[in-house]
Design a protein around this ligand. Sequence first.
Ligand code: DAH
Length: 387
Amino acid sequence: MTLEEKVRKTLAELGATDAQSVETLFAEVRAAMEAERQDLVSRGATSEAERNQLCKALRDRWLARKSGLVSLIDENWLKKAGKELKPTVGRRFNELREHSAGVEVDALLRAVPVSLEVHVSDPMHRTDSVAAEVSPAVALTDLTLPGYRRPLGSIHPVTRVMREIEDIFLNLGFAIETGPEVESVYYNFDALNIPESHPARDDWDTLYVDAQTVLRTHTSPVQIRAMEKHGAPLYIIIPGKCYRHDNPDSTHSPMFHQIEGLAIDTDITFADLKGTLDFFAKKFFGEKVRTSFHPSFFPFTEPSGEVAISCVFCDGQGCRICKESGWIEVMGCGMVHPEVLRHGGLDPDRYSGWAFGLGVERYAMMKYDINDIQLFYQSDVRFLEQF
Ligand code: DAH
C-alpha cells in the first residue's frame, strides 16, 4: 500500500490498534518526508524556474491545506483515533507538523542548488557555455534572496504629542531647553519661591535622593537654569520627565512628562500670555476650541491662572468627561514672579515674563481618548501599534 493510500484510511482500517503500531506508522511517514526532501536537495535543478517548481510540488504534496498528506493524516488518523490512542497520535502528529517546516518552499529554496550556466568569453568574442554545479553551501549564501522583514516600531504616543506641542512653539520662535531630572532642592523649590513650609516639599509628594537633592517634581526649575545661562530676552519651552511620590492609578504615575513654557522680555504682559496660549490651544485641539482663564495660585507666578478649554468631547455642551461643566483644565500659567526673575539674575524692574506648565500624558489621553495613564508605560504592543 502506498503512503497516499494509507493516509486515506483510518488507523483502525490500517490495523494500527496499539501505540507501537502508531509509532511505526508515523516513523514511516517521517522517513518518507525526509527522503523526498533529501532527494530534491541532492538532485538540484537546472534553472531557477525548475527549482521553484520542484519545491512547490513537494510542498503541495505534503502541506496543501485540503489534500496534502499532513492534512489527510490529521483528518483520517488523528481526528478519527480512538480515545486510548489519541494522546500518542496527537504527540506524533505535532512532531510531524513541526518537522514539516522543512518542506516549506522558503526552506527548500534555501537548500536546493541550481546548476548555473556560466558564460565565459574568450578573446575572439566567442562564447562558450560551461555548466558548473553550485554546492548547497554556496546556494545557502545566495545574496539575491530578499532579507527578513522585521516589524517596524512606531513613535510612542507621549513622544508624538510632545513633539507636536514642541513644533507649535518652535514655529512661534521658541527654543527648546532641557535640564537635569535629578535636581537640587534649591532649583526645584527655593529659587521658584516655594517656601520651606509648602506641602509639595513633603516626603509624601517629593522623591528625595538626599536632604539637598530630589527627583524634580516639575520642569519649572529649568526656568531658573535657563535665565542664568541665557539671560533675557528668553523664549523657551522645556519638555521632560518629572517624578512624584504618587501611587500608580488610572490618572497618576510616579513618572510623567511635562512641558513648561517661558517668555521673558522687556514688555511682556498678561495679554501676550492669553494670546499665545489661546493660539496654542486652537492649534493643538482644533480651531473650534475656546479658552477660558481663571485665577489660581502658584508660588512662582503672580498673578497665576488655570487655562481651561471648551470640552473637545462634547463641544462645551457638558458630558461625562468634562463632568458636565463643558470645560477641561489643561494647564497652569501666570506672570513670572519678580522674586523668580531675581533668582534667575534678571532685573524685575526691566523685565517681565509669562510661564505655563502642562502634563503631556493628559494631552495624549485627551487626543487619543485613552482612559488609563498606565497604558503608556506597559510596553504592550497591542496598545502601541495603534499609533
Ligand atoms: N510647575 C507647575 C506644576 O507642576 C505647573 C506650572 C504652573 C508651571 C504655572 C508654570 C506656571 O510655569 O506658570 O504643577
